[in-house]
Unconditional design. Structure first.
Length: 118
Protein backbone atom coordinates (compact mmCIF):
# COMPACT_ATOMS: atom_id res chain seq x y z
CA UNK A 1 0.00 0.00 0.00
CA UNK A 2 1.19 3.50 -0.75
CA UNK A 3 -0.41 6.92 -0.42
CA UNK A 4 0.15 10.60 -0.96
CA UNK A 5 3.55 11.54 -2.40
CA UNK A 6 4.71 7.90 -2.07
CA UNK A 7 1.87 6.48 -4.19
CA UNK A 8 4.25 5.44 -6.96
CA UNK A 9 6.16 3.17 -4.56
CA UNK A 10 3.66 0.54 -3.35
CA UNK A 11 6.38 -2.01 -2.52
CA UNK A 12 8.42 0.15 -0.18
CA UNK A 13 8.79 -0.42 3.55
CA UNK A 14 5.85 0.15 5.86
CA UNK A 15 5.69 3.36 7.84
CA UNK A 16 3.62 5.00 10.54
CA UNK A 17 2.43 7.75 8.20
CA UNK A 18 -1.11 8.91 8.95
CA UNK A 19 -3.20 9.13 5.80
CA UNK A 20 -5.38 12.22 5.37
CA UNK A 21 -8.67 13.07 3.72
CA UNK A 22 -8.22 13.66 0.00
CA UNK A 23 -5.08 11.52 -0.31
CA UNK A 24 -4.86 8.95 -3.09
CA UNK A 25 -4.19 5.39 -1.93
CA UNK A 26 -2.79 2.57 -4.06
CA UNK A 27 -3.23 -1.06 -2.99
CA UNK A 28 -1.25 -3.82 -4.67
CA UNK A 29 -2.42 -7.38 -4.16
CA UNK A 30 0.45 -9.19 -5.89
CA UNK A 31 -0.16 -12.91 -5.90
CA UNK A 32 -2.66 -12.92 -3.05
CA UNK A 33 -5.51 -14.52 -5.00
CA UNK A 34 -5.33 -18.03 -6.44
CA UNK A 35 -7.29 -19.44 -9.37
CA UNK A 36 -6.52 -23.04 -10.32
CA UNK A 37 -2.99 -22.72 -8.86
CA UNK A 38 -2.41 -19.51 -10.83
CA UNK A 39 -1.54 -16.51 -8.68
CA UNK A 40 -3.61 -13.53 -9.77
CA UNK A 41 -2.30 -10.04 -9.12
CA UNK A 42 -4.43 -6.93 -9.17
CA UNK A 43 -4.17 -3.35 -8.01
CA UNK A 44 -6.69 -0.78 -6.88
CA UNK A 45 -6.55 2.98 -6.45
CA UNK A 46 -8.94 5.07 -4.40
CA UNK A 47 -9.05 8.38 -2.55
CA UNK A 48 -9.78 8.93 1.10
CA UNK A 49 -13.00 10.93 1.02
CA UNK A 50 -13.32 13.21 -2.00
CA UNK A 51 -10.80 13.75 -4.79
CA UNK A 52 -9.45 17.25 -4.08
CA UNK A 53 -8.00 17.82 -7.57
CA UNK A 54 -10.50 17.25 -10.42
CA UNK A 55 -7.57 16.61 -12.79
CA UNK A 56 -6.71 13.48 -10.78
CA UNK A 57 -10.20 12.12 -11.45
CA UNK A 58 -9.61 12.71 -15.18
CA UNK A 59 -6.31 10.78 -15.02
CA UNK A 60 -8.05 7.92 -13.26
CA UNK A 61 -10.82 7.80 -15.88
CA UNK A 62 -8.23 7.63 -18.67
CA UNK A 63 -6.62 4.67 -16.86
CA UNK A 64 -9.98 2.88 -16.50
CA UNK A 65 -10.92 3.51 -20.14
CA UNK A 66 -7.49 2.35 -21.36
CA UNK A 67 -8.06 -0.90 -19.52
CA UNK A 68 -11.47 -1.22 -21.18
CA UNK A 69 -9.84 -0.66 -24.60
CA UNK A 70 -7.38 -3.48 -23.88
CA UNK A 71 -10.08 -5.86 -22.64
CA UNK A 72 -12.26 -5.22 -25.70
CA UNK A 73 -9.31 -6.18 -27.91
CA UNK A 74 -8.54 -9.35 -25.94
CA UNK A 75 -9.63 -12.62 -27.55
CA UNK A 76 -8.13 -16.08 -28.16
CA UNK A 77 -4.89 -16.16 -30.16
CA UNK A 78 -4.35 -12.38 -30.05
CA UNK A 79 -0.77 -11.38 -29.21
CA UNK A 80 -0.12 -9.67 -25.88
CA UNK A 81 1.77 -7.02 -27.86
CA UNK A 82 -1.43 -6.15 -29.76
CA UNK A 83 -3.44 -5.82 -26.54
CA UNK A 84 -0.75 -3.46 -25.25
CA UNK A 85 -0.96 -1.41 -28.46
CA UNK A 86 -4.74 -0.96 -28.03
CA UNK A 87 -4.17 0.14 -24.43
CA UNK A 88 -1.28 2.48 -25.22
CA UNK A 89 -2.97 4.08 -28.23
CA UNK A 90 -5.94 5.02 -26.05
CA UNK A 91 -3.64 6.70 -23.52
CA UNK A 92 -1.65 8.53 -26.19
CA UNK A 93 -4.86 9.74 -27.88
CA UNK A 94 -5.93 11.13 -24.50
CA UNK A 95 -2.81 13.33 -24.61
CA UNK A 96 -0.46 11.41 -22.33
CA UNK A 97 3.06 10.04 -22.92
CA UNK A 98 3.69 6.43 -23.84
CA UNK A 99 2.46 4.40 -20.86
CA UNK A 100 3.90 1.71 -18.67
CA UNK A 101 3.17 -1.91 -19.58
CA UNK A 102 -0.36 -3.21 -19.86
CA UNK A 103 -1.18 -6.04 -17.46
CA UNK A 104 1.20 -8.54 -15.94
CA UNK A 105 3.48 -11.08 -17.50
CA UNK A 106 3.28 -14.80 -16.94
CA UNK A 107 6.10 -17.26 -16.77
CA UNK A 108 8.47 -18.66 -14.19
CA UNK A 109 8.44 -16.34 -11.21
CA UNK A 110 7.32 -16.72 -7.61
CA UNK A 111 3.83 -15.57 -8.65
CA UNK A 112 3.40 -18.44 -11.09
CA UNK A 113 4.94 -21.38 -9.22
CA UNK A 114 2.78 -24.44 -8.68
CA UNK A 115 2.68 -26.53 -5.51
CA UNK A 116 5.33 -28.76 -7.07
CA UNK A 117 7.64 -25.74 -7.42
CA UNK A 118 7.63 -25.65 -11.24
Amino acid sequence: MASGKEIIKPHHRASTKIMKTGEPVFLCFCGMTNFHRFKLAFDSTFWIGEIPNPRHAEFYEVAVESQRAALEFLWPRVKAEDVHIAYSQFIKQAGFDYPFRCGRGTGCSFLEKTKAGH
